[in-house]
Ligand binder design. Sequence first.
Ligand code: SF4
Length: 227
Amino acid sequence: MSFTPSRPQLREVFDHLLKNYGEQNWWPGETPFEVMIGAILTQNTAWSNVEKAITNLKQADLLSPFSMLEVSQEQLADLIRPSGYFNVKADRLKNFCRFLQQSGGESGLQGKTTEELRKKLLSVNGIGPETADDMLLYAFERPVFVIDAYTRRIFTYLGMASGNESYEEMRSGFESALGPDVSLYNEFHALIVRHAKEACNTRPHCEQCGLVKICSMGNNRQKISGS
Ligand code: SF4
């Protein structure tokens, strides 16, 4: 099943989340390089663990492609240990820094179209669609909607997605309905993450959720608890 929400449907969800949680103003990092490193470190772990790893990297003065390539793999792995899978991630960070250097750094990549840049990022070992799109949206400020497990869960519960859509089907569903809008995508993704953590988790708190009137899961749960 493909994911083809309408703009009003998505806006209703967005407006509700914005009203409920307020603006998130979410820029996950002080520099584009830090954002990109965070996008790799956050694979399969919570953001709080990434923050600890980033703090270690900052304290060791390693938040630059050059210094990250200079340091030994073992030392890098040790510093990013809090983010989990630290040996694999150390390898991915080094791969990514090598790619960045060969591409002329961030400025060498800025001139590329979003499609070209996405293709290049996806060619780096260890960078999949979610990581690439995180980098595109938050480091390069390109209108690319990030799909993560939270997005998939909430929109499946809402009844707008089946849960079986491919990453690309979900991404193109959001982008087609909303049109290219970096600040909207930034805010929407941040609000989705907030809602998934605070209410719409694997045992959703539908009784406190204003989306219940338009939500399949919320409606079903209300019927069951009311019967
Ligand atoms: S009503 Fe429940 S399942 Fe639906 S979005 Fe809200 S918390 Fe999630």
